[in-house]
Design a protein. Structure first.
Length: 106
């Protein structure tokens, strides 16, 4: 191929745990599940109340949604971080017109 080569599209997946998760993602999800299990143990007598049950399950559900894969991004947490950075940083866009050199030769 004349000294050129192609990089497979899934090379990033080889560096991820189970091909989907970074270590921080598993830490976030594990923390959410741990808090949920602790809450269930603490409030086991009151789990018949729907609001208490939902409040106990909320940490695992929220953390599970944060690490859920999203097309074109790594996961929902990545989308939220990128959106926050886009909104909070100053956007400075320079107009170059249709031609990068603006009619000037190199």
């Amino acid at each position: 191929m004349n000294g050129t080569y192609l990089i497979p599209a899934n090379t990033k997946r080889g560096t991820l745990i189970f091909g989907l998760f970074r270590p921080i993602d598993l830490g976030i999800f594990g923390t959410g599940v741990g808090i949920t299990l602790l809450a269930i143990l603490i409030f086991q007598n009151q789990l018949s109340n729907t609001m208490v049950a939902v409040a106990c399950l909320a940490p695992a559900l929220v953390c599970g949604l944060l690490v859920a894969p999203v097309p074109y991004y790594h996961n929902v947490l990545n989308v939220l971080v990128e959106t926050y950075e886009f909104i909070t940083t100053r956007q400075r866009l320079y107009w170059k017109g249709w031609c990068y050199l603006d009619g000037k030769d190199k």
